[in-house]
Design a binder for this molecule. Structure first.
Ligand code: CUO
Length: 672
């Protein structure tokens, strides 16, 4: 689409960019006038594009236009790194816009979108510009392809005012014969996959400009965000009568789970390859992707990690040892493991996690003899759809846990808060106290942006996802000291019994603790009742931001608030805050702890930054807003505690609760 602009401001959806004739690829140059006229006829405003001396784009153009793009493939990373550099290096927004319009018909669209998004997120002069939500730009990565055929029909036959939403089926990738299908609503949730894609956009592991990668505690956040995904997935599995996910720890064994994605790539005009049940990863030799690596290399790297944790120190390239201390050890390990370019020793510890994705995603065609591209594990927008994603990350997570086992357990000095007693925590909502209610909900997204519709206009798609009724936490806290204190409240939830119905030990249960919220609040002397709304969770972003639904946009798009609203797309989707539970009522335990905010806080100015989903995403351009280890107080073992109640201090409280699922579907906007 020659006239699709890079940066469209709100209200300018009909604007057309006037592209210099010499920017069109040769094959279009003769018709460039006709193209301009066609789009010009219904244009709101013509925006001239500056004709500049263009940078050398040969390297990024090495990736064919119609191919898949994966950040996990080292060659693709290199090309993307160069393009990000080019975008970051443009003098001003007009020059950036100019180079973009030149790139648009030449650079692989997936890579182009990724690199431009990274640049917009990181350039000082593009803060506040919106990037189109990925689900709108590339809906083919998130939905059943049948939808697009229907969408094309609808858009060419039905006038835009009279279009009914197209219904996207759920549960379309396997039948009930496949037990893993019971958690497909989680794996294939559009919001969850968008969150994961956005997280990796905010925390890239490769770029020529180190500052883009070298963010505060990024290695630790890589560990923690993925640890929470595994905890949440395990709980979801147990709600569905499945056992916790088994680690993929034997690289020579067959992967029992198969996955048939049933996604089509509109750019590559190909179906995403499946992985049959019982596939084993094999040595890779794919010259086309410049990948040559043996399975034994993964094993070597793995052994080096285990050795480093055993010694609690990491080998540096100069032969010296860097101790893994309790403050920064997890961050060092996270960067080594992912690995990112700020890994302290990539030649020695390699690229374990990323290459795991690569080996699995090419297991169907390791030497390219069938000319196949990578499977869904090769793309951060699609990886979470595949059951093997969780097996791989459960393994990675387990290595991080090995390190955490080496740390001294937290003592009272870290866990307690003198003169503060939390006498109770409970849940109030509509209906029975201490009950969380879940159900299905149908929502609508606009597919218009990602499809080449003629005539243009929106096409709505309706899909079904998990949802919960909103509720409040009610916390009773007594401050027996003489003065007000700012408290940091940490709220988690975990299941109470294992797959066989046996109560969890503390050590098992702590790894299943799901963070629900974290907030600071003044605690005055005497008794305090603190009410906190579930919708204000520090883990999630609201539905509207995940999907950027037109109908839900703020009334005044010109305000600064609206710019941020568009911008902060990283965050766990709010509709997945609460696990599904069961129709009989799934027993869980709610935990709250108050700690001293003065000890935990990080001095920084938060004005104007995206800071409402900080638990898993951090804060843009700022430090992680909590000095404690991520996951505190459950990130370390506590050998003295056999059960959760042994672990409790006066400034903590628990409450047994029930998560009750009702098998009905409501339309978004309806309550009750
Ligand atoms: Cu998010 Cu493996 O890091 O996909």
């Amino acid at each position: 689409r020659p006239s699709e602009p890079c940066f469209m401001q709100k209200g300018e959806e009909n604007a057309v960019f006037e592209i210099p004739d010499n920017y069109y690829p040769e094959k279009y140059q003769r018709v460039s006038n006709a193209i301009g006229n066609r789009f010009g006829s219904d244009a709101g405003r013509m925006i001239p594009i500056r004709n500049i001396a263009l940078p050398n784009l040969d390297l990024p153009m090495e990736l064919p236009y119609n191919e898949q793009f994966s950040l996990f493939v080292p060659k693709h990373r290199k090309l993307a790194g160069r393009l990000i550099d080019i975008f970051m290096g443009m003098r001003d927004v007009e020059d950036l816009q100019s180079v973009c319009s030149y790139c648009q018909l030449r650079i692989n669209p997936y890579m182009f979108n990724y690199c431009l998004s990274v640049a917009i997120l990181h350039r000082p002069d593009t803060k506040g510009l919106s990037i189109p939500t990925f689900a709108e730009s590339f809906p083919d990565k998130f939905m059943d392809p049948k939808v697009f055929r229907q969408a094309r029909e609808v858009s060419s036959v039905v006038p835009s005012g009279a279009r009914m939403p197209i219904v996207i089926p759920s549960n379309y990738t396997a039948s009930d014969t496949e037990p893993e299908q019971r958690v497909a609503y989680f794996r294939e949730d559009i919001g969850i996959n968008l969150h994961h894609w956005h997280w990796h956009l905010v925390y890239p592991f490769d770029a020529a400009d180190r500052a883009i990668v070298n963010k505060d505690r990024r290695g630790e956040l890589f560990y923690y965000m993925h640890q929470q995904i595994i905890a949440r997935y395990n709980v979801e599995r147990m709600c569905n009568n499945l056992s916790r996910v088994r680690r993929y720890n034997n690289f020579r064994a067959a992967i029992e789970e198969g996955y048939f994605p049933k996604l089509d790539s509109t750019v590559a005009s190909r179906a995403w390859p499946p992985r049959f049940a019982g596939t084993t990863i094999r040595d890779l030799d794919r010259p086309v992707d410049q990948i040559r690596s043996d399975v034994s290399e993964l094993e070597t790297w793995r052994d080096r990690f285990l050795q480093a944790i055993e010694n609690m120190s990491v080998m540096l390239p100069n032969g010296r040892q860097l101790p893994l201390d309790e403050e920064t050890g997890i961050d060092v390990l996270g960067n080594l493991m992912e690995s990112s370019i700020i890994s302290r020793n990539r030649p020695y510890y390699g690229d374990l996690h990323n290459m795991g994705h690569v080996f699995i995603s090419y297991s169907h065609d390791p030497d390219h003899r069938h000319l196949e591209q990578f499977g869904v594990m090769g793309d951060s927008a699609t990886a979470m759809r595949d059951p093997v994603f969780y097996r791989w990350h459960a393994y990675i997570d387990d290595i991080f846990h090995l390190y955490k086992y080496k740390l001294t357990p937290y003592g009272n000095d870290r866990l307690g808060l003198p003169q503060h007693q939390v006498s109770s925590v409970s849940i109030e909502g509509g209906g029975t106290p201490n009950t969380l209610n879940t159900l299905w909900e149908q929502s609508t997204v606009d597919l218009g942006r990602g499809m080449d519709f003629t005539p243009r206009g929106s096409v709505l798609a309706r899909f079904t996802h998990l949802q919960h009724d909103e509720y409040n936490y009610v916390i009773e806290v007594n401050n027996t000291g003489g003065s007000s204190v700012m408290g940091m409240f940490r709220i988690f939830i975990a299941p109470t019994v294992d797959e066989s119905g046996k109560p969890f030990s503390f050590d098992e249960q702590r790894k299943l603790m799901i963070e629900l919220d974290k907030f600071s609040q003044g605690v005055k002397p005497g008794n305090n009742t603190i009410r906190r709304k579930s919708i204000d969770s520090s883990v999630t972003i609201p539905y509207e931001r995940t999907f950027r639904n037109q109908a839900d946009r703020p009334a005044d798009p010109g305000t600064a608030g609206a710019a941020e609203f568009d911008f902060c797309g990283c965050g766990w989707p709010h509709h997945m805050l609460v696990p599904k539970g069961t129709t009989q009522g799934y027993p869980m335990v709610l935990f709250v702890m108050v700690s001293n905010w003065n000890d935990d806080r990080v001095e920084q100015d938060l004005v104007g930054s995206c800071n409402d989903a900080a638990s898993y995403c951090g804060i843009r351009d700022r430090k992680y807003p909590d000095r404690r280890a991520m996951g505190f107080p459950f990130d370390r073992p506590a050998p003295a505690a056999t059960t959760l109640s042994d672990f409790l201090r006066p400034n903590m409280a628990v409450r047994d609760c029930i998560v009750r699922f009702t098998d009905r579907t409501r339309q978004r906007g309806q309550q009750g």
